[in-house]
Design a protein around this ligand. Sequence first.
Ligand SMILES: Cc1cc2nc3c(=O)[nH]c(=O)nc-3n(C[C@H](O)[C@H](O)[C@H](O)COP(=O)(O)OP(=O)(O)OC[C@H]3O[C@@H](n4cnc5c(N)ncnc54)[C@H](O)[C@@H]3O)c2cc1C
Length: 381
Amino acid sequence: MKREIYDEDHEAFRASVKEFVDRSVLPHTEEHIAAKALPREFWIEAGKQGLLGLEVPEQYGGAEAGDFRFNAILQEELAKVGAAYPTCHGIHADITAPYIVELGTEEQKQRWLPGVVSGEILLGIGMTEPSGGSDLAALKTTAVRDGDSWIINGSKTFITNGYSGDLFVTAVRTDPEKGPKGITLFGIEATAEGFSRGRKLDKVGMEESDTAELFFENVRVTDAEIIGELNMGFIHMMQKLPQERLGCAVANVAHAKQILAETVQYAKERQAFGAPIGTFQHNKFLLADLVTRIEVAEAYIDKCVLAHAEKRLTAIDAAKAKWYSSQVQSEVLDHCVQLHGGYGFMNEYRVARAWRDARVTKIWAGSNEIMKELIGRDLGL
Ligand SMILES: Cc1cc2nc3c(=O)[nH]c(=O)nc-3n(C[C@H](O)[C@H](O)[C@H](O)COP(=O)(O)OP(=O)(O)OC[C@H]3O[C@@H](n4cnc5c(N)ncnc54)[C@H](O)[C@@H]3O)c2cc1C
């Protein structure tokens, strides 16, 4: 089905992203997998191409695109290479940077945003703790007042870009009595005394993204590191999570669509019983089913992208896009593995990695159960 939300400007941008991907990403994917992280050169190169500052105002070096369709194109083109790329990029540029852009003080913007745009300051977001991620309001990392400072103690886990990041927007309890109304966001630099991180966590998939625990041991910060308003961190996160979930949805579908296209090609070439496996009616119907499922999901997500570009996306529609796209992605990729036979279980085949990579998308950014909880509540249940 012809997509209708992208015009000539968007497609010109897509061409420039593809050029970046062909030149600076595709030749290095095996190195990224081996390193279990994206190297700083990836970020610097992306910065030079203007691909890190779509959300950032021009005065700090960004493109200030103001149209989420550009973000979506970037996510799609990166997802075609591998699911970890839109993840790491999205955490930096689409998920964490907006907190500084929209909630930061002038001093914070001047201090951090030029480096965010150039790739010299890599961002991560610290919400999840070892004791739990779904129940964000129960987080335990504390900030206690000490004169003009705050003393932060606690830890975060599963943090994307955690091992190589330079600045973490971190959710911290500033009032133990007030539940969700006692949480504040702090910008904590990796150079802060008392800040440390664990090893790169050993994951089932998404090898190219580094994921780590962060530890805070008497980390001293001041009000100058508070992002947004004191005790308003939970509200700030709730306001920003729809964009995070929509970005995930875009990447989920683009990733599955790419691997499905490669699987269709494989089914045309792979022979069994003297015929291409795709010509057997079971497989033909299966591929017809999968292509339809992807296009239906894509159509819904395109509608959400357009709504978000026009500032009218609801949190509930973003939740629907997130859970549904990750479910469709997982189902499609599981069938793609099956159609590849034994090769589908070999890591050297992209389909095998894609299948492993996809699993986490039903868990992170708010698990699919939490998405359905939100949707159910909206139904008045
Ligand atoms: C690779 C990776 C990268 C990540 N990156 C980041 C990051 O950059 N920053 C960050 O802050 N976090 C990150 N996360 C954390 C992620 O968002 C959490 O794992 C997720 O929110 C779930 O939290 P949890 O793991 O503590 O599971 P839990 O909250 O312990 O949930 C366990 C299970 O119980 C279910 N459950 C919980 N509550 C309910 C309920 N009310 N109804 C029904 N079922 C429920 C969940 O759906 C899940 O299936 C990442 C995770 C992974 C694996």
